[in-house]
Ligand binder design. Structure first.
Ligand SMILES: C[S@@+](CC[C@H](N)C(=O)[O-])C[C@H]1O[C@@H](n2cnc3c(N)ncnc32)[C@H](O)[C@@H]1O
Length: 208
């Protein structure tokens, strides 16, 4: 029962528990995954970045604080996280450097080719259709744009009993194949390992 509840919170943090506990826990537990993703994105001053499933907004804040790119947008399926992160990034949003919107990765609320980089950390387990999600990611990226997906290893996640409730687990080879099938090339893999998350990967690809 408790594991089902936690699993549901991870898939879509919501309510008082989501705002007070899940968002803060995600921020601590996923620090290393977000750091690896930021490193792999290799942002430059001209980049327009979009993060899908930003949760607490920690990574977006890191990016904006570091003045790492020209513009950073976020899309989230949890309205409670959108509201929370709107407050968190208020200064950058008011300055026109950032934007957060409610939305689903399978229907990203932006026009074609609006971004040069896209990232998503710890969300792919919750996508209903990976092919639809990746087609959308590709659509909003311009030619030569880059995607970075960071996720836990299948074996480590499978060891947590709660995964059965909301998660679909993928191994590294499946994710690489999904990206290739969606039209990304130059697939590269970086990995990390920390006490909070175990083994994780950040797979990058470029719009072919
Ligand atoms: C496990 S949390 C990870 C949050 C953050 N990226 C991190 O690593 O700390 C997953 C997040 O993805 C969001 N999410 C899940 N499915 C989504 C979808 N289809 N489209 C957009 N966001 C989604 C959830 O609401 C949640 O905030």
């Amino acid at each position: 029962m408790f594991q089902r509840f936690i699993s549901k919170q991870l898939a879509r943090p919501s309510g008082l528990f989501g705002r007070l506990f899940t968002a803060r826990w995600l921020e601590k537990a996923n620090t290393e995954m977000n750091a690896l993703t930021l490193d792999r994105l290799a942002l430059n001053a001209d980049d327009r970045l979009i993060e899908i499933g930003f949760g607490s907004g920690y990574l977006l804040e890191q990016i904006l604080t570091g003045n790492s790119c020209a513009f950073a947008a976020g899309v989230e399926i949890s309205n409670d996280m959108v509201k929370r992160v709107f407050r968190r990034l208020r200064e950058s949003i008011n300055a026109g450097r950032a934007e957060v919107r409610f939305g689903d990765i399978e229907n990203i609320p932006y026009k074609d080719a609006e971004f040069s980089k896209l990232c998503s950390v710890n969300t792919l387990y919750f996508w209903k259709s990976p092919s639809a999600a990746l087609a959308e990611c590709r659509r909003v990226l311009k030619d030569g744009g880059m995607i970075a997906l960071c996720f836990n290893s299948k074996s480590d996640l499978a060891a947590w009993p709660g995964h059965v409730h909301q998660f679909t687990l993928y191994d590294l080879a499946e994710v690489e194949e999904m990206l290739t099938d969606a039209g990304f090339c130059e697939i590269e893999v970086a990995s990390g390992n920390d006490p909070a998350q175990g083994l994780f990967y950040c797979v990058t690809g470029v719009v072919a």
